[in-house]
Design a protein around this ligand. Structure first.
Ligand code: G1P
Length: 308
């Protein structure tokens, strides 16, 4: 399958203000490297070479991250720097194209903005807020199904009923296996009582090249934005097959401050260099917390006794 990636990275990152006033959200670190680098690595490990990044004003630092920095390399020539070597290898193996989205009109519009970079290739969409740790890269899992079944594939995950209005939700035509679903319809950010299921779209898609024409002239949808979910609904209406797959692995939502903190803690716990210190630090906090808790309980008992 001929395939290129689109990584939409044009959003303002308002949840991370004031940091994102000058630093793109996608470059905030998860332990020791920027969030977007994990996403590109997942793409490379899924066999993708071409990455189209949709950016906007104030995002030039993303272009710099995926470019050589010869002055720095000269300075570090005599000191082996593995992190720099890692990003240099990514740059060498891949092609990066940056396209500006002049107006932030929604995810669907961001994807549509990248259309001129595609001929007849399939479109692998990576939403960079979602980071996965999987034995087989999340995107590779979707590509395998898309190739075998000759269909569009979107990653889904079960979410608590009260969270459905934060996601695109699928309506299932037929469950094909424990983790694979034939999609009947999709709806972006439904109210709880309008959600056809609790299977939420999470940030990975393999779409046919027709997605661009499906997004042509699309009306503004949920939240007053041009929605990718509505574009995929148009693919369905035109007779294309859409499957949804429960990706095997763990998904981290680094798109909110608390989600980003949790992702950092989890990744630090798994990191060969930082896991020991992180475990020690968290156990120390845990002990302090237990002491504080028992002190608070003792105090509560005393107060209760006094009040009788
Ligand atoms: C986007 C998509 C939505 C999907 C979500 C996953 O929404 O529009 O369908 O469920 O990503 O994170 P956003 O989070 O950009 O509002």
């Amino acid at each position: 399958m001929k395939i290129k990636a689109i990584i939409p990275a044009a959003g303002f990152g308002t949840r991370f203000l004031p940091t994102t006033k000058s630093v793109p959200k996608e470059l905030l670190p998860i332990v020791d490297k920027p969030a977007i680098q994990y996403v590109v690595e997942e793409g490379i490990n899924s066999g993708i070479k071409d990455f189209v990044m949709v950016t906007s004003k104030n995002k030039k630092a993303i272009e710099d991250h995926f470019d050589n920095f010869s002055e720095l390399e000269t300075i570090l020539k005599n000191h082996k720097n593995e992190s720099l070597l890692e990003i240099s290898q990514i740059i060498e193996k891949s092609n990066f194209l940056f396209i500006r989205q002049r107006e932030q009109l929604g995810l669907g519009h961001a994807i549509w903005t990248a259309r001129s970079a595609f001929n007849d290739e399939h479109v692998a969409v990576f939403l960079p807020d979602d980071i996965f740790t999987c034995e087989i890269p999340a995107m590779a899992q979707l590509i395998k199904i898309a190739t075998q079944e000759k269909c569009n594939v979107i990653a889904v995950q079960e979410v608590p009923k009260e969270d459905v209005s934060r996601y695109g939700i699928i309506d299932v035509r037929r469950q094909l296996s424990p983790n694979l679903f034939h999609v009947k319809d999709l709806i972006e950010k439904p109210a709880i009582n309008k959600a056809p299921s609790n299977l939420a779209i999470i940030g990975r898609y393999v779409l046919s090249p027709n997605i661009f024409s499906s997004l042509d002239n699309l009306q503004f949808g949920a939240g007053g934005e041009v929605q990718l979910t509505d574009g995929i609904q148009n693919l369905l209406l035109s007779g294309e097959k859409v499957f949804a797959y429960k990706v095997q692995g763990q998904r981290f939502d680094a798109g909110t401050i608390f989600g980003w903190l949790k992702t950092n803690i989890e990744f630090a716990l798994k990191h060969p260099k930082y896991s020991k210190d992180t475990i020690e630090y968290l156990s120390m906090l845990d002990k302090e917390f237990l002491i504080m808790q028992s002190k608070a309980d003792a105090l509560k008992k005393r107060v209760t006794k006094l009040s009788f």
